[in-house]
Design a binder for this molecule. Sequence first.
Ligand SMILES: [Ca+2]
Length: 296
Amino acid sequence: MFCLSFLFFLCVCEQATWGADKLFGCMCDGQNWLEGGSDSSGYDCASKTCPTGDDINTLQQRDEVQSVFCSATGGSFTLTFRDQTTKAIPWNAKNMGEWYALGTGTVTKYSAVVTSTNVDFSASIGAGDLVNLYSNSGTDTRNYTVASVAASAVTMTEAIGMNTETLVKVRAVSPSVKTALEDLSSIGTVNVTFSTGTAACSSSGTYIHVGFVSNYGDLPLMTATNSLTGGSDSVVVMEKVKGTKENAECSKHGECHRDSGLCKCFDSWRSSNGQGTAGGRGDCGARDWRSSGDFA
Ligand SMILES: [Ca+2]
């Protein structure tokens, strides 16, 4: 009897404190900072968030700039922003993507292979590299990722959707800090400049300035991982300019429709490009002199 009473006592105590460690909530899918997007929110993920943006009525504000100091002469590094990590960025990556001509090849629609009888692709590109195809007719240009390379053929990771054509210009796209960062869905558009030279890293060190032009407010610092060699073998991230623009729902010029995740803009406002003029963000961040309160 004593044992039963004792157990009952324990049970009563646990009931009295039941909620202390047992309150649960939902972790909604996705990321609510996606540019121009919307996502689930609320305690039960039943409502939607709306796009956010800058209120252009408040001036004298700045975009965030973060600087990455990189001292190396080999290897690579990665950058992580809001839990998303870039692919490896070579120490000598450009600031923006540039292409250089490899030659011409033949594309067959829906095949993943580009063939050429006069270009040795294996001499200049490899698996994982980015390739730009530019149609001979000048009407189509697309980028593809290389899956494998042979001397006279390069196979992409996906079928090529361009029309069958000979003499398609085949170009290698240089890896760049800008394209690596903009590949992340947590980042919109960035401007990337180097303090010196054309490589991301150098022996004595280069500052890689990353300006966030469509992620607003004071942003979390990117973090870096280091697989670098040479120089002082270091990569360090610091804040150069603190972002001060609003990151307000519907840019303070619309009402969020929770069922759809769309902003219903107030009269005289419309969806912006993130820089105060008309665009596709769906954020009510641009003036609209024709408007009558339509959905962004
Ligand atoms: Ca503002």
